[in-house]
Design a protein around this ligand. Structure first.
Ligand code: ZN
Length: 404
């Protein structure tokens, strides 16, 4: 039903906005990002959609049909040095599916809207466009938001002629939101599957653990008299790794991304230390269990070493979000036709716009394979056949959902 040649051509045209080698540099509100948004608006209009750029820069192509409407898309901004498919793929899938469904006499009565969200990649505020649409942005997040070029978010929006006020989910009757995305991992490639139907998007906890002991001479202080903050940090990190290994779910990941000692000299017992711990899982109960275990192990380590240990959350907790079961099943039924016996259900290990849409309407997502599992890098790529298959899967699922 979709037109593969036209779909790939539009995807490659979007790539030219900010093309840098094999990658793309198109951070939100940059000149090339705004030019790409104007181009997308024109593509939506050419497809017979009511095209509009809202006050934060989200681009909408709304079906003239009354709805309930299925909204399909992703983000068209990139990382500071990004790949050409992250976000862009789902945006052009939305364009092509809305266009193909309008063209076909069998489906021309269905309402499919396309969208390109802004700033998913957090040049200013993470997932700004989709979260603003869902009314999930806290005002204090906007105050200090500053881009790589030093402009504040308000300045960047003013320079672009944008009001700062987004469209909202409750302005139209939506049947749901679908997002196609590259996997950005290697699970599909490893299993040989061609489509991953997303079940849930993982939540994350990040915490800073601080250790306060007694700084002293590394030669003259006997081991039994030490309150060594550095050694307590090392030992607690090791204990957490071992315990998480016992409790781990199928997809749990944990990372000690930073560890530092003060004053940090070879002949001084560290008086203070800190480490940063992050863990992710699609199961909220397991995230809570891990948090409890970190607290328990820290109390044990403090008692064993005489080092004071405090734990503070770093940033907001990200709650895991389940995708809508009905939309999941429609996507799975479509995948069973486009990729017989070569599709799977899987959680998403990365944050996506669909995570926020899921709080306001049924949401569903699919992944297509990333070659070598590489993403957020110029080498990011996916085969044409896989790109086209994903687009067709979304198109088939959209009809199933709207005809339901
Ligand atoms: Zn993305």
């Amino acid at each position: 039903m979709i037109d593969p040649g036209r779909f790939l051509e539009d995807l490659r045209t979007l790539r030219t906005f900010g093309a840098t080698g094999t990658g793309v540099v198109r951070p939100s509100y940059s000149e090339v990002d705004l030019a790409a948004r104007a181009w997308l608006r024109d593509r939506y209009a050419d497809a017979g959609l009511k095209a509009e750029i809202d006050g934060v820069g989200n681009v909408f192509g709304r079906s003239p049909n009354p709805g309930p409407a299925l909204l399909i898309g992703s983000h068209s901004d990139t990382q500071p040095t990004g790949g050409w498919l992250d976000g862009a793929y789902g945006v052009i899938v939305g364009l092509e599916v809305a266009r193909a469904i309008r063209e076909s006499p069998d489906t021309a009565d269905l309402a499919v809207d396309a969208v390109a969200w802004i700033d998913e990649e957090s040049t200013y505020v993470s997932c700004l466009g989709s979260r603003a649409f869902c009314d999930l942005v806290e005002p204090d997040e906007l105050v200090d938001a500053t881009g790589l070029d030093g402009r504040t978010l308000a300045e960047a929006q003013a320079d672009a002629g944008l009001s700062g006020t987004s469209a909202r989910w409750d302005e139209r009757n939506y049947a749901g939101f679908l997002e196609a995305h590259i996997e950005q991992g290697s699970a599909l490639e490893a299993s040989g599957d061609l489509i991953g139907v997303v079940t849930a998007i993982v939540g994350a906890r990040t915490m800073v653990i601080r250790f306060s002991g007694q700084q002293n001479h590394a030669g003259t202080t006997p081991m039994r008299l030490r309150r060594d903050a550095g050694m307590a940090a090392v030992r607690l990190g090791q204990a957490i790794d071992a315990r998480f290994g016992e409790l781990t779910g199928e997809r749990t990941v944990w990372t000690i991304g930073d560890m530092r000692f003060e004053p940090g000299a070879s002949s001084i017992i560290p008086g203070s230390a800190q480490l940063t711990l992050q863990f992710r899982d699609p199961d909220a109960a397991l995230l809570a269990r891990f948090t409890d275990e970190v607290e328990r192990l820290a109390a044990e380590m403090s008692a064993a070493t005489g080092v004071d240990i405090t734990i503070e959350p770093d940033g907001r907790a990200i709650e895991p979000v389940d995708m809508d079961p009905t939309l999941h099943d429609a996507l799975a039924a479509a995948a069973a036709e486009t990729a017989p016996d070569r599709w799977t259900s899987m959680p998403s290990a990365a944050v996506h716009d669909a995570m926020f849409l899921a709080t306001r309407m049924p949401a569903g997502m699919i992944f297509v394979p990333s070659i070598g599992g590489i993403s957020h890098d110029f080498a990011e790529d996916t085969s044409d056949a896989d790109l086209v298959r994903g687009a067709q899967t979304i198109a088939d699922a959209a009809v199933k959902i709207l005809r339901n």
